[in-house]
Design a protein around this ligand. Structure first.
Ligand code: ATP
Ligand code: MG
Length: 365
């Protein structure tokens, strides 16, 4: 038996609803593929949900359970992987405070994902102070686990870049790492934090069901934008959502002859993401382009494919819905395990910062 500990993987979701197909192709597929190879930590970032839902704590609580149930329904195995609740891992908050001193305020505000969220979620200038703070918090969500890899969708890349900057800065200021050190040499040179590498999913950004925004771009599928097919949707709901979804009325999904632009037509974006029969897709795209086949036939095929992917997830979900105590037990065990690593990281960080006064222990009751 090998005694080398497994490398760690960290990723997660905000409990602002249930998991959808975008999560599946953007991140969950990679989690399932990697859960044997890595020691996995899946954060349910409930405090981040307060950035837009501070007045609706019951919804957030329900969503924590929904997302944990979705994980289990997808095949995340709690005997191998740790799913945990962010607010029960206090070391993350403590690291957030220290990290917030290492990032210029204007740098946080220039984060394009924050700007996009303010626009898409119509937050105007009324968002709370904690909204930009969540981007700093996310660097701590990640670095508390000093992970080897972080599987995410494309919208997370700016957050991950900020995380890389925090690692470099912390390592230089408190661990004596040379500012010219290569990213992959930081830990070797005595740095506490790895300069992490994002791992994008098979589909980096799945579009949602709605029509394009004013800029002509289709918005990404998102829990909060009412444009999602949820992993928990039943077969009838999937059928309704697909049959009434937006498709490009001019069939303009072709940029150059033979080239496709699924950004312009979600119907084909979904086929390209989920239809395993690539020859079928190519053949029917040709017919569609030439006006020889209508939306309905292509939609029917898509409904069939999506339901065959979702059916086993629904079946497993039903089992866990009948055993809510098992979901809570898995969350509790995962949270206890997460605290072990996060406390260790915090202790090491405080030591590096010469702020290690009194050791402490943390235990869930
Ligand atoms: P919210 O609308 O509340 O921001 P969300 O749908 O964007 O919710 P998050 O919890 O913010 O979901 O994201 C969780 C993970 O799923 C992230 O890694 C994110 O990049 C990925 N993800 C979310 N939506 C998509 C998508 N449409 N395509 C690919 N990946 C996605
Ligand atoms: Mg999001």
């Amino acid at each position: 038996m090998s005694s080398t500990p497994k490398k760690r993987l960290l990723t997660g979701d905000t409990p602002t609803g249930k998991l959808h197909l975008g999560h599946y192709v953007g991140s969950v597929e990679n989690r399932l593929a990697l859960q044997d190879e890595y020691d996995c930590y899946f954060i349910i970032a409930n405090k981040h949900a307060f950035t837009t839902r501070a007045e609706r704590p019951d919804e957030i609580r329900q969503s924590v359970i929904d997302i944990a149930t979705d994980y289990l329904a997808c095949g995340i195995d709690p005997s191998k992987s740790n799913m945990f609740i962010q607010s029960e891992v206090p070391a993350i908050d403590e690291l957030t405070f220290f990290f917030s001193m290492l990032i210029p305020f204007n740098r946080v505000m220039r984060n394009p994902t924050l700007a996009q969220e303010i626009k898409d979620k119509d937050l105007g200038d009324k968002y709370p102070f904690g909204f930009p703070l969540y981007a700093v918090g996310q660097t701590a969500d990640i670095l508390a686990f000093r992970p080897e890899i972080v599987p995410v969708g494309e919208d997370q890349l700016p957050h991950l870049e900020l995380t890389r900057e925090v690692s470099r800065k912390f390592n230089q200021v408190y661990c004596g790492v040379n500012p010219h050190a290569k990213d992959n040499e930081n830990v070797q040179q005595g740095g506490l934090f790895p300069v992490i590498e994002p791992k994008l999913g098979r589909i980096k950004r799945l579009v949602g069901l709605g029509a394009p925004s004013d800029t002509g771009q289709l918005l990404k599928m998102s829990k909060s934008l009412n444009n999602a097919i949820f992993l928990s949707d039943d077969a009838d709901t999937v059928q309704k959502k697909i049959m009434t979804m937006y498709t490009d009325p001019k069939r303009l999904r072709v940029t150059d002859p033979g080239e496709t632009d699924p950004e312009k037509n979600p119907l084909w974006a979904f086929h390209e993401a989920f239809n395993p029969d690539k020859a079928w897709v190519a053949e029917h795209q040709e017919m569609y382009r030439g006006g020889k086949i209508g939306d309905v036939a292509i939609k029917k095929k898509l409904i069939e494919i999506l339901n065959s992917i979702l059916e086993p997830i629904r079946q497993r979900r039903k089992q866990y819905e009948n055993r809510p105590d098992d979901v809570i037990a898995a969350l509790k065990q995962g949270t206890a395990n997460a605290n072990v690593i996060a406390e260790e990281t915090l202790a090491l960080a405080k030591k590096a910062m010469r702020q290690d006064y009194f050791p402490r222990e943390l235990r869930l009751k």
